[in-house]
Design a protein around this ligand. Structure first.
Ligand code: NAD
Ligand code: MN
Length: 351
């Protein structure tokens, strides 16, 4: 069988890490007697500058003709961020109704972290992906009067909380059976109390999962102080975004954090992407860490039922990351993006 993949390399380091990942996914599928067919889409900053939009109006339809999407990153210093972030990745998440963004954080043996005692850390953040603080509701009032008001309205609906919670409980059942809901119901009076109530209700259908409700500020400290106490975290859009960058540091930084945008049980292709952005500070140097993108590719293979191929990528990567001479500069090494990826390919072929 053939996996039909849409690749959106995007901007900055996006094309560098996607280019490093595609041959690895091809080899992983090939070892299982399958093929990868890639449609490369030129969406991102260049397209925005050329045509006034980061992606075409029928982008969602194009994506639906594929089994999955591998997305690099968007963002370029000379283009307003919202045109690319809203015009592409948030736009895709909303148009395809990709309910959750699943962000695993795993400390690989041999990878240095700025946080102490992270060995064995293995947690997953399930971030609600379509609502909350990122719906774009609100507006500006009294503009230019010196009393300007920026009003940003967060929206939380039962249906959307339920489907995110259902996914998080199911994931916890497949893992160590623990779910921490992250809210801020002591200070916010409407949206997060609804989360607390709805998630407790969904929890009644999952009696084997131990649920705790943690305030987001306390969770920020706990992620650093006792990350081993955490299994699955469920958070709204904003808190999930912030906590996943923090949690990535446990595993060695932004270059290590993969993610999957999915509609569980839906017929929509998932969008798989590193958590990081376009990293303009290192773009063009060939030194971006491809691990986050490679692990996103492994999640993609898993979700398409190609678990043997996915496991071969992860096993090879784990073996390569044990050796510091394969590390990219963000991990304290001197290897390039392509050297790390070539080591993974070599490791896969020699197994
Ligand atoms: P960033 O994630 O691009 O970079 C943050 C830091 O992490 C930088 O120091 C960068 O060098 C480092 N880093 C990121 N990826 C790395 C990798 N693979 N290997 C090694 N180091 C890596 O975040 P930022 O600097 O806040 O944003 C840059 C641009 O990316 C902005 O335009 C922003 O809007 C955009 N952005 C896009 C996405 C996305 O496409 N999903 C996500 C976040 C930010
Ligand atoms: Mn983010």
């Amino acid at each position: 069988m053939t996996v039909r993949l849409a690749a959106i390399p995007g901007d900055g380091v996006g094309p560098e890490v996607v280019a490093a990942t595609l041959p690895v996914l091809t080899a992983a599928l090939d070892s299982q007697g399958e093929a990868l067919e890639v449609t490369e889409l030129d969406w991102g900053a260049d397209r925005f500058v050329r045509e006034g939009a980061a992606m075409p109006a029928d982008a969602a339809e194009t994506v639906r003709r594929h089994d999955a999407v591998l997305f690099g990153a968007v963002g370029r210093p000379d283009v307003p961020d919202h045109e690319l972030v809203w015009g592409l990745i948030i736009g895709l998440r909303q148009q395809l109704d990709l309910a959750v963004n699943v962000r695993p954080v795993r400390a690989f043996e041999g990878v240095p972290s700025r946080v102490r005692d992270v060995e064995g850390v293995d947690l997953v953040i399930v971030r609600e992906n379509t609502e909350g603080e990122y719906v774009g509701a609100g507006g500006l009032a009294h503009a230019g009067t010196g009393h300007d008001l920026g009003i940003e309205v967060a929206v939380h609906s039962r249906r959307v909380i339920e489907r995110a919670a259902e996914h998080a409980f199911t994931l916890a059942e497949q893992r160590r059976g623990r779910l921490a809901l992250v809210t801020k119901s002591n200070a916010m009076r409407h949206g997060y109390p609804l989360w607390d109530a709805v998630v407790r209700e969904v929890g009644e259908r999952h009696p084997d999962v131990e649920l705790e409700v943690v305030l987001v500020d306390a969770m920020a400290a706990r992620l650093v102080q006792s990350p081993h106490s955490l299994d699955v975290l469920l958070a709204g859009n904003l808190f999930g975004d912030i906590l996943s960058d923090l949690a990535a540091v446990l595993a060695g930084g932004m270059g290590m954090a993969p993610s999957a945008n999915v509609l569980p049980g839906g017929s929509v292709p998932g969008v798989y992407e590193p958590v990081h952005g376009s990293a303009p500070d290192i773009a063009g140097k060939g030194i971006a860490n491809p691990t986050a993108c490679l692990l996103s590719g492994a999640m993609l293979l898993d979700d398409l039922g190609r678990s043997a191929a996915a496991e071969s990528v992860r096993t090879a990567l784990a073996a390569v990351l044990r050796l510091p001479h394969h590390h990219t500069p963000d991990l304290g090494g001197t290897a390039s993006t392509s050297q790390l990826a070539a080591a993974v390919l070599h490791e896969m072929e020699s197994r």
